[in-house]
Design a protein around this ligand. Structure first.
Ligand code: ZN
Length: 203
C-alpha cells in the first residue's frame, strides 16, 4: 500500500507547491515559523504562520520588457547577473509598484541599456507557469545612444538576420524576438506562449 501524495490527489497543486516550498520561512507579522497547509475554506496549499495563522498568499509576478529596434537592428543586453550570466536578452525585468506596463518597459530599458525608447504596442505575452511569472513584451523604437547599465556586461545592436540565437538567456525573450521578426513591423495583435517546466508527478 502506498499512501497517496498531494500530487496524486490534486495534480494542479504541483506548480504552486513548487513555488511556495522554499519561501517565507518566518512570519513577517510575528516572526514565528510558517508551515504549508490548506487553510479551511481554501482549496490549495498556502504558507501559514504557525502562531498567528496569518496566510501569506503568493501570486505570479509580472515581468515586462521591450524589443528596441532601429532600422534593421535590434538592441540586446548581455546579462551581468544570474540567472543566465553572460547570455543575451531583450531589456526586461520585474514590474515595480506604482508604474504601468509601458513605464516598466521603458525603465528596464534605461536601467539595463541606458537607452531611451518610444514604446509601441504590446505584442507578446508568455505565461512562465513554472516560475510563477507572466512576461509581457512591447515593440519599441530606440532613440539615441546606449551603454551597458549596471545589470549588463555589454549592450549591442544586432542585425535582424544575425541574432545570437544560441546565446539567448530566456525562452520568453526568444519567443518575443521571433514573433517581432515575423510581424516585420506590422501589428498582428498579441502572440501567446506558455512555458511549463514543472516536474510531473512520479507514479
Ligand atoms: Zn505570525
Amino acid at each position: 500500500f502506498k499512501q497517496k501524495t498531494a500530487y496524486e490527489i490534486m495534480p494542479s497543486l504541483v506548480g504552486s507547491e513548487m513555488c511556495i516550498r522554499d519561501s517565507m520561512k518566518y512570519c513577517p507579522e510575528c516572526g514565528a515559523t510558517t508551515s504549508i497547509k490548506i487553510p479551511s475554506g481554501d482549496n490549495r496549499e498556502r504558507v501559514v504562520c504557525s502562531e498567528c495563522e496569518l496566510i501569506h498568499y503568493q501570486n505570479p509576478k509580472i515581468v515586462v520588457g521591450c524589443v528596441p529596434v532601429i532600422g534593421d537592428e535590434i538592441l540586446l543586453c548581455k546579462r551581468a547577473i544570474e540567472p543566465r550570466y553572460g547570455f543575451w536578452t531583450v531589456p526586461a525585468g520585474f514590474m515595480e509598484l506604482g508604474e504601468t506596463l509601458i513605464q516598466g518597459a521603458s525603465r528596464e530599458t534605461y536601467e539595463e541599456a541606458c537607452a531611451k525608447v518610444n514604446i509601441g504596442h504590446l505584442f507578446a505575452i508568455v505565461d512562465v507557469i513554472s516560475a510563477g511569472q507572466v512576461h509581457a513584451f512591447y515593440t519599441a523604437d530606440l532613440i539615441g545612444d546606449f551603454a551597458p547599465g549596471q545589470e549588463s556586461l555589454d549592450v549591442k545592436l544586432f542585425n535582424k538576420n544575425d541574432m545570437p540565437w544560441d546565446q539567448m538567456a530566456f525562452e520568453s525573450g526568444v519567443f518575443a524576438l521571433r514573433k517581432l521578426l515575423d510581424d516585420d513591423g506590422k501589428n498582428n495583435g498579441i502572440h501567446y506562449h506558455k512555458i511549463d517546466r514543472r516536474k510531473q508527478p512520479s507514479s
